[in-house]
Design a protein. Structure first.
Length: 406
């Protein structure tokens, strides 16, 4: 392992702690910004988060002005949201970006920054699958950008990846570039306190899925493993408290840090990500929130593809706090899957997509959707395995014959 070619880098400066959002104007000034646009969404407007950020510039006038707020960002950042955002930034004559929100807002901001840098008008022309840029072709983007997450799950505030839904192709497309992530990420747990328990839970499972898929990646290395395992420890220790006692700032702060660590390892080891592959398909087809899709799918995918997880399963079990010494890998995998299911129940998440009312006919379209998703290029899930997992998580009533077989 140590002689293999590896890369590991964290470009984003991370500032963590309660109340750290108040540093925003001064941080922007330090980056050379003068006119900033705030990216957010209408849900955060209603929650009062947007006003908290705007007040920082109103109460402490300084060399940096907030010249506009763009809040037309939907769940699963849409290509048209990005195109409109780029036009808005130009109209405001802004030279800096602030993104405050969950993964959709943060991804939309990163994609907008990249689109502006490319001097193009439609992101759909540039993102039609997986768009991967590497240095030296990829160069720094001279647009100051500070990201402030309001959920602990996607880690989009530090990741060099942006996921954008291409509404023409009807797929989630992926942009990977080492300079699209924010210059500074501000992890202020006070901004996550009002997050409802269910959203806290499934965004936490999104972070856990990042850690899992990073650790078991064929491209993992000792540094990505370190981030993935520590993130896993912090998630299983803090997610139940963050869900049950939402005002617990320590648990909230730990989840934000774990989320950033998990996505860092995921981004640098990304290759075989079958859970995300299927979650993208279910999200695009049925509008299932990404974190919830990951939460439902994670244990089923692990059970269906044991060959991917068995070689390193004992090390992961130890991060969960399980006794894995002298346990056979197959048995250890079963214990890990059971633990993930039990934790999911503890934090109040479902084990199927029953609440979305999926119908059998529409499920036949999942196999081609999974195989068409850009993430399938690196690791193809066998079609019969896709269908088996789909039937398990659909939440449809069983036939008489199926009940008898159980």
């Amino acid at each position: 392992m140590t002689t293999a070619f590896t890369r590991f880098g964290v470009r984003t400066e991370i500032i963590s702690g309660a109340g750290t959002r108040t540093l925003l104007p001064e941080l922007l000034r330090g980056l050379g910004a003068k006119r900033a646009v705030l990216f957010t969404d209408q849900g955060l407007n209603r929650a009062g988060i947007t006003d908290k950020i705007k007040e920082l510039f109103e109460l402490m006038p300084g060399p940096v002005q907030l010249v506009g707020v763009f809040d037309e960002i939907e769940q699963d950042a849409k290509a048209e949201n990005v195109n409109k955002a780029a036009r808005f930034v130009k109209e405001c004559q802004a030279d800096a970006l602030i993104s405050v929100g969950g993964g959709s807002v943060l991804d939309a901001c990163k994609a907008t920054k990249w689109l502006l840098h490319k001097r193009h008008h439609d992101i759909r022309d540039l993102m039609q699958g997986t768009t991967r840029e590497m240095w030296p072709k990829a160069q720094p983007i001279p647009i100051p950008h500070i990201a402030i997450p309001t959920t602990a799950g996607t880690g989009a505030e530090v990741s060099p990846i942006a996921v954008v839904y291409n509404d023409q192709l009807k797929i989630k497309t992926n942009l990977s570039s080492p300079f699209i992530n924010a210059d500074i990420a501000v992890l202020d747990p006070e901004l996550t306190v009002g997050l409802p328990p269910k959203i806290t839970a499934f965004t936490g499972y999104d972070a856990l899925t990042h850690a899992v898929e990073a650790y078991f990646s064929p491209r993992a290395n000792p540094m990505t493993d370190a981030f993935a395992l520590q993130a896993t420890r912090m998630i299983v220790e803090n997610l139940p408290m963050a869900v049950s006692s939402g005002a617990d700032l320590q648990a909230r702060a730990n989840m934000l840090m774990a989320s950033s660590m998990a996505i860092t390892s995921f981004s640098l080891a990304i290759t075989a990500i079958p859970v995300h592959n299927m979650a993208h398909a279910f999200g695009a087809k049925f509008g299932i929130p990404h974190g919830l899709a990951n939460a439902v799918l994670l244990p089923n995918v692990m059970a269906a593809l044991p060959q991917l997880y068995l070689p390193k399963i004992n090390g992961f079990a130890e991060a969960l706090g399980l006794s894995a010494r002298d346990v056979e890998p197959q048995e250890c995998l079963q214990q890990v899957i059971a633990y993930i299911r039990e934790l999911r129940t503890l934090v109040g998440l479902p084990d199927t997509f029953a609440e979305f009312g999926l119908d059998p006919e529409s499920l036949t379209q999942i196999v081609p959707a999974v195989l068409r998703d850009p993430t399938a290029l690196a690791f193809k899930i066998p079609p019969d395995t896709i269908m088996k997992i789909t039937q398990e998580v659909a939440g449809l009533p069983l036939s008489v014959e199926e009940e008898a077989a159980r």
